[in-house]
Design a protein around this ligand. Structure first.
Ligand code: AMP
Length: 285
């Protein structure tokens, strides 16, 4: 694999190496098996891929979160070395490379940026759109790989592509979990041992909730989710919404869930200082 940290060098290399289909996997590092599943999918689909490792400051609305975000670059590179091919590129730019001047662009994504993460992390998706659009314009990938773990982000990226007419296809990869069900996340290593021990309650609860929809209506399910998770010390539910995967319109009652659409229960939990998100598909009944 090649490690490149400047835009200029990246573009020189891509000019030479680009083949039929260029794959792109954006990450913020602190890699785990969830990231590696994206990388493996990219490798199986594309003869050349770029994996970026960059902690993008503009998508953090919480300074503390940015400060404590793990950055184990050496370990990340060792993991990637085991799966990348000779010409695949790891792009590790610094802030000056990504933002030579302050990025003042304001994006507007309508309803999909008006609920869930957007309410609890104001400006987050604007920052995501800034960095992803910059990457797309530098790299010009044919396919970009994103995880369904960040459910709302996938909808935002699809809208970003539509608005800007980027010629890139999106491949969405399923959530990879720890054996106890906790969705893998770079932030999991920041959990205190007792909090980590209790964290599987999140997936267990939304899994049960997705079964409950057969017999119960949404207000009852929401109450169950909140009660079940908040039984754990230090856990509080920021939101739990059942939304369709295109327009992200929340269903308040079962009868509002429309045939032909796919619905996901999306949750954010504050587990002491750390925020955890997860989601699961809800069947139409
Ligand atoms: P991040 O480094 O957190 O910005 O994530 C980079 C990419 O990896 C995003 O597209 C995430 O959705 C994806 N990702 C993170 N965690 C997981 C996971 N547990 N399973 C699948 N994809 C994931």
């Amino acid at each position: 694999m090649k490690i490149i940290s400047t835009v200029k060098e990246l573009q020189v290399q891509l000019k030479e190496l680009r083949r039929s289909s260029l794959g792109f996997v954006p990450t913020m590092g602190a890699l785990h098996k969830g990231h590696l599943s994206l990388v493996r999918n990219a490798i199986s689909e594309c003869p050349l891929i770029v994996v970026s490792i960059y902690v993008n400051p503009t998508q953090f609305n919480d300074r503390e979160d940015l400060k404590r975000y793990p950055r184990p670059l050496k370990k990340d590179l060792a993991m990637l070395r085991k799966c990348l091919r000779k010409n695949d590129i790891v792009f590790t730019p610094d802030d000056n490379e990504m933002y030579p001047a302050e990025d003042k662009r304001i994006f507007s994504f309508g309803n999909i940026d008006n609920l869930m993460e957007s309410l609890h992390r104001p400006g987050h998706f604007n920052g995501v759109a800034q960095i992803v659009s910059r990457f797309f314009e530098i790299i010009l990938p044919n396919v970009a790989f994103f995880g369904l773990k960040d459910f709302q982000q996938v909808a935002v990226i699809k809208e970003l592509i539509r608005q800007n007419q980027y010629k890139v296809k999106i491949a969405v990869c399923p959530v990879v979990r720890e054996p106890d069900g906790l969705a893998m996340s770079s932030r999991n290593i920041l959990l205190e041992p007792q909090v980590r021990k209790n964290a599987p309650v999140i997936f267990k609860t939304i899994s049960e909730a997705s079964e409950m929809i057969r017999k119960s209506d949404i207000p009852e399910i929401k109450a169950f989710v909140k009660k079940s998770i908040e039984k754990r010390a230090g856990f509080s539910v920021e939101y739990f919404e059942i939304v369709d995967d295109r327009e992200l319109i929340p269903a308040g009652l079962k009868k509002e869930m429309e045939k032909g659409k796919r619905y996901y229960g999306c949750i954010a939990v504050r587990a002491k200082k750390i925020r955890l998100i997860d989601n699961i598909e809800f069947p139409l009944v």
